[in-house]
Design a protein around this ligand. Sequence first.
Ligand code: 3PG
Ligand code: CO
Length: 554
Amino acid sequence: PTDFTLKPHPTISKGEGPLLVCVLDGFGENKIKDDYNAVHVAETPCTDALRAVPGRFRTLKAHGTAVGLPSDDDMGNSEVGHNALGAGQLIDQGAALVDKALASGSIFSGEGWQYVSPAFGANTLHFIGLLSDGGVHSRTDQLHGCVRGAAERGAKRIRLHILTDGRDVPDGSSLKFVEELEGVLAELQAKGCDAKIASGGGRMGVTMDRYEADWNIVKKGWEAHVLGEAPHYFKDAHTAIKTLRKDDSEKPVSDQWLDPFVIVGEDNAPVGTVQDGDAVVIFNFRADRVIELSKALEYAEFDKFDRKRWPQTRFVGMMQYDGDLKLPTNYLVPPPAISGTSGEFLAKNGQRTFVCSETQKFGHVTFFWNGNRSGYFDEELETYVEIPSDTVPFNEAPDMKAREICEAGKAALRSGKYDQVRINFANPDMVGHTGDLAATVHCCALVDQCVKELLEVVDEVKGRFLVTADHGNADDMAQRDKKTKAPLVQEGKVVSLTSHTLAPVPLFIGGAGLPADIKLRDDLPEAGLGNVAATVFNLMGFEAPSHMQPTLLA
Ligand code: 3PG
Ligand code: CO
């Protein structure tokens, strides 16, 4: 857009108080309402009551093509969810863009590929990323395509550094992904390309930290992938995973939390350290969990940990992860271009915004919300508050920072300083990812209580509210039989589901400042997260910009 002027809404006037926009991360509205739906099991009197208000509750699509993912089999995630919520537009997302670039072959003719190609002869080509078909951060089929494409185009020596998942996919599936990858590598070896897995570790403890919650995680990855140093050395990745999982022990370890490991050859030397002149590809398309590693690989000035050695590499990201930092400088596929977001419109129209979450989701309600843009649009008008997250497995302290976020939100609503107060509660999602049912039920109840307290303040200041979620997670904690939907049982125990779900999410509106005749429309059954931004503008007394998806108000 070139014109950023917002017009007053013809019938809805700006309320007396602020608008609360509240995202309950991972709080889906699942059709299956049994003992493994933590949202359903938890005591949630507040959201139960909201669900019963006629014309002010509905569900929204939060997965698949409705949020720009390649297919409707793709579960939603926080990146695409917050992009859609904040931008109000349907955006072809990273996963889809990489698919297209591979299908057309354009990935192999772009500038990024040209940048890494000179290393194909005498040097090594490294791939680092999440080995998973979850489609949230990366996909194995895309990795296979890139590795095969590199070998076909002359790469003589390829090394893979793999982070195991178990968070967007079932725990234990990493072995299958390693076997598939080994199959692809054997194919290449048969054609004379020396291709091997060189190092790895579980994504939650190795390499894939986000929002600078704990740089030590990246340090462990750096040591394993780049320096070839780790607490464990193995001859192959299969043995590494089998051994580190300790399946038969008292305390088995899940894929997410495997220790870092390095693969060594017959001579016991690491098979794939990163050296000067090598090329490095981070094959994740999603930004949040590879920005820190990108900085470590790219920045000459770097003080987050002692790199010991900083190899001069030809480094590319699958995408450019941060458009403002231009990081990395080189990348294989141009990222989705998101412009004209709700945040930019509000700032350009003098609207004051308060945003708060804890570290784990802070970038979600700021960076992702604002179309993958770092920082403020207008520092005078916006206040972003990050509450530091704990650095323990989240089911061990499942409240996370919900109380603190709630208090910050209440204070901002009461302050009279803001037109919009936007917050994200992280724990239904973060604890849902641990697979711990009881802890997740606890989170859903706590978040419900927080919403209750916030809505009381909304009423007190004659404000309005819009409460929703970015995708499902807590609403299903069990892996299920595809046909009957009955929970899968193994060795007498229900197999837990750590990933997001395909469920839609709830949308609740209301508040003492919302005129009684304002209701949700009923003619858009297929509406999704992309329809929220226009609704937010209306609730703030503005007409929505015309490039956004339609409002949900009647
Ligand atoms: C993660 O990065 O934690 C998961 O892969 C996805 O979770 P999120 O999309 O809710 O952040
Ligand atoms: Co999540």
